[in-house]
Ligand binder design. Structure first.
Ligand SMILES: [Zn+2]
Length: 182
Protein backbone atom coordinates (compact mmCIF):
# COMPACT_ATOMS: atom_id res chain seq x y z
CA UNK A 1 0.00 0.00 0.00
CA UNK A 2 1.43 3.33 -0.97
CA UNK A 3 1.49 4.91 2.43
CA UNK A 4 3.44 8.11 2.51
CA UNK A 5 6.36 6.74 4.50
CA UNK A 6 7.72 9.96 5.92
CA UNK A 7 4.38 10.98 7.32
CA UNK A 8 3.67 7.47 8.50
CA UNK A 9 6.98 7.33 10.31
CA UNK A 10 6.41 10.69 11.89
CA UNK A 11 3.06 9.48 13.13
CA UNK A 12 4.29 6.17 14.48
CA UNK A 13 7.07 7.85 16.45
CA UNK A 14 4.47 9.04 18.88
CA UNK A 15 2.25 5.98 18.69
CA UNK A 16 2.29 3.37 21.36
CA UNK A 17 2.66 6.05 23.97
CA UNK A 18 -0.14 6.56 26.37
CA UNK A 19 0.62 10.20 27.13
CA UNK A 20 -0.88 12.88 24.97
CA UNK A 21 0.97 13.06 21.72
CA UNK A 22 2.14 16.42 20.45
CA UNK A 23 1.17 15.29 16.97
CA UNK A 24 -2.39 14.77 17.99
CA UNK A 25 -3.82 18.05 16.86
CA UNK A 26 -6.65 17.93 14.32
CA UNK A 27 -4.68 20.29 12.07
CA UNK A 28 -1.76 17.88 11.96
CA UNK A 29 -3.94 14.95 10.97
CA UNK A 30 -5.67 17.09 8.37
CA UNK A 31 -2.26 18.10 7.03
CA UNK A 32 -1.55 14.39 6.46
CA UNK A 33 -4.88 14.07 4.64
CA UNK A 34 -4.01 17.11 2.53
CA UNK A 35 -0.69 15.50 1.62
CA UNK A 36 -2.61 12.45 0.45
CA UNK A 37 -4.87 14.72 -1.60
CA UNK A 38 -1.82 16.26 -3.27
CA UNK A 39 -0.45 12.81 -4.05
CA UNK A 40 -3.82 11.92 -5.59
CA UNK A 41 -3.68 15.01 -7.80
CA UNK A 42 -0.20 14.02 -8.92
CA UNK A 43 -1.66 10.66 -10.02
CA UNK A 44 -4.36 12.48 -11.98
CA UNK A 45 -7.04 11.63 -9.44
CA UNK A 46 -9.44 14.09 -7.83
CA UNK A 47 -7.43 15.50 -4.91
CA UNK A 48 -9.11 14.14 -1.82
CA UNK A 49 -7.21 12.53 1.02
CA UNK A 50 -8.21 10.76 4.21
CA UNK A 51 -6.60 9.55 7.42
CA UNK A 52 -8.02 7.25 10.08
CA UNK A 53 -6.75 7.81 13.61
CA UNK A 54 -7.31 5.60 16.65
CA UNK A 55 -8.14 6.73 20.18
CA UNK A 56 -4.43 6.89 21.07
CA UNK A 57 -3.78 9.31 18.27
CA UNK A 58 -2.04 6.78 16.05
CA UNK A 59 -2.63 6.85 12.33
CA UNK A 60 -4.07 3.49 11.28
CA UNK A 61 -4.35 4.18 7.56
CA UNK A 62 -4.08 7.03 5.11
CA UNK A 63 -4.85 7.24 1.41
CA UNK A 64 -6.11 9.36 -1.44
CA UNK A 65 -8.62 8.85 -4.24
CA UNK A 66 -7.77 6.02 -6.63
CA UNK A 67 -10.94 5.56 -8.70
CA UNK A 68 -9.14 5.94 -12.03
CA UNK A 69 -6.12 3.86 -11.07
CA UNK A 70 -8.23 1.00 -9.72
CA UNK A 71 -11.13 1.37 -12.20
CA UNK A 72 -13.30 1.34 -9.11
CA UNK A 73 -16.12 3.80 -8.49
CA UNK A 74 -15.83 2.91 -4.83
CA UNK A 75 -12.15 3.76 -4.50
CA UNK A 76 -12.70 7.04 -2.71
CA UNK A 77 -10.04 8.02 -0.18
CA UNK A 78 -12.34 7.27 2.75
CA UNK A 79 -13.29 3.83 1.46
CA UNK A 80 -9.67 2.85 0.86
CA UNK A 81 -8.70 3.95 4.35
CA UNK A 82 -11.59 2.06 5.96
CA UNK A 83 -10.79 -1.11 4.01
CA UNK A 84 -7.12 -0.85 4.84
CA UNK A 85 -7.83 -0.26 8.53
CA UNK A 86 -10.33 -3.13 8.64
CA UNK A 87 -7.74 -5.51 7.23
CA UNK A 88 -5.08 -4.25 9.66
CA UNK A 89 -7.36 -4.65 12.65
CA UNK A 90 -8.91 -7.87 11.41
CA UNK A 91 -12.30 -6.31 12.05
CA UNK A 92 -14.69 -4.33 9.87
CA UNK A 93 -15.83 -2.43 12.93
CA UNK A 94 -13.45 0.41 13.50
CA UNK A 95 -14.57 1.47 16.94
CA UNK A 96 -13.11 4.54 18.68
CA UNK A 97 -11.62 6.01 15.55
CA UNK A 98 -11.70 9.42 13.91
CA UNK A 99 -11.65 9.91 10.17
CA UNK A 100 -10.08 13.07 8.83
CA UNK A 101 -10.92 13.82 5.21
CA UNK A 102 -10.26 16.88 3.11
CA UNK A 103 -13.77 17.07 1.62
CA UNK A 104 -17.20 16.34 3.04
CA UNK A 105 -17.82 12.61 2.31
CA UNK A 106 -20.33 11.49 -0.29
CA UNK A 107 -23.31 9.30 0.60
CA UNK A 108 -21.40 6.07 -0.11
CA UNK A 109 -18.53 7.01 2.18
CA UNK A 110 -20.82 8.40 4.86
CA UNK A 111 -22.69 5.09 4.77
CA UNK A 112 -19.44 3.16 5.07
CA UNK A 113 -18.46 5.26 8.09
CA UNK A 114 -21.73 4.25 9.74
CA UNK A 115 -21.18 0.57 8.85
CA UNK A 116 -17.65 0.74 10.25
CA UNK A 117 -18.91 2.38 13.46
CA UNK A 118 -16.38 5.17 13.16
CA UNK A 119 -16.92 7.50 16.12
CA UNK A 120 -16.04 10.84 14.66
CA UNK A 121 -15.63 12.52 11.32
CA UNK A 122 -13.65 15.69 10.72
CA UNK A 123 -13.80 17.07 7.19
CA UNK A 124 -12.28 20.07 5.45
CA UNK A 125 -14.33 21.74 2.72
CA UNK A 126 -18.06 21.23 2.33
CA UNK A 127 -19.34 19.61 -0.85
CA UNK A 128 -22.61 21.36 -1.69
CA UNK A 129 -23.08 19.19 -4.81
CA UNK A 130 -22.46 15.78 -3.31
CA UNK A 131 -21.97 15.94 0.43
CA UNK A 132 -23.62 13.19 2.42
CA UNK A 133 -23.19 14.40 5.99
CA UNK A 134 -24.40 18.01 5.95
CA UNK A 135 -25.00 19.31 2.43
CA UNK A 136 -27.41 16.98 0.61
CA UNK A 137 -27.97 14.32 3.22
CA UNK A 138 -27.18 14.04 6.90
CA UNK A 139 -26.22 10.39 7.06
CA UNK A 140 -24.29 10.53 10.33
CA UNK A 141 -27.12 12.38 12.08
CA UNK A 142 -30.03 10.30 10.84
CA UNK A 143 -31.49 8.58 13.90
CA UNK A 144 -33.17 5.96 11.72
CA UNK A 145 -29.72 4.46 11.28
CA UNK A 146 -28.28 2.43 14.12
CA UNK A 147 -25.08 4.44 14.47
CA UNK A 148 -24.54 8.16 14.79
CA UNK A 149 -21.41 9.99 13.85
CA UNK A 150 -19.95 13.05 15.54
CA UNK A 151 -19.31 15.43 12.65
CA UNK A 152 -17.09 18.48 12.54
CA UNK A 153 -16.45 20.40 9.35
CA UNK A 154 -14.45 23.27 7.99
CA UNK A 155 -11.01 22.27 9.24
CA UNK A 156 -8.41 23.75 6.87
CA UNK A 157 -11.24 24.06 4.35
CA UNK A 158 -9.59 26.78 2.28
CA UNK A 159 -6.56 24.61 1.59
CA UNK A 160 -8.68 21.66 0.60
CA UNK A 161 -10.95 23.75 -1.63
CA UNK A 162 -8.03 25.37 -3.40
CA UNK A 163 -6.51 21.96 -4.22
CA UNK A 164 -9.80 20.94 -5.83
CA UNK A 165 -10.22 24.25 -7.60
CA UNK A 166 -6.71 24.12 -9.07
CA UNK A 167 -7.22 20.53 -10.15
CA UNK A 168 -10.47 21.18 -11.99
CA UNK A 169 -9.22 24.41 -13.49
CA UNK A 170 -6.27 22.51 -14.90
CA UNK A 171 -8.62 19.82 -16.21
CA UNK A 172 -10.85 22.35 -17.95
CA UNK A 173 -7.78 23.91 -19.46
CA UNK A 174 -7.20 20.60 -21.23
CA UNK A 175 -4.13 19.76 -19.23
CA UNK A 176 -4.39 16.01 -18.95
CA UNK A 177 -1.16 15.41 -17.17
CA UNK A 178 0.49 17.16 -14.30
CA UNK A 179 2.39 19.85 -16.04
CA UNK A 180 4.57 22.60 -14.75
CA UNK A 181 3.49 25.96 -16.01
CA UNK A 182 6.46 28.13 -16.93
ZN1 LIG B 1 -17.03 9.09 -1.20
Amino acid sequence: MPISSSVRRKASDVSGRSDFSPLASPEQYMAVALDEARLAAARGEVPIGAVLVDSEGQIIAQNGNRTIELCDPGAHAEMLVLRQAGRLRGNYRLLRTTLYVTLEPCVMCAGALVHARVSRLVYGAVDPKGGGVVSLFQVGKDTRLNHLLAVEGGLMAAESASLLKDFFRQRRGGVGKVKREK
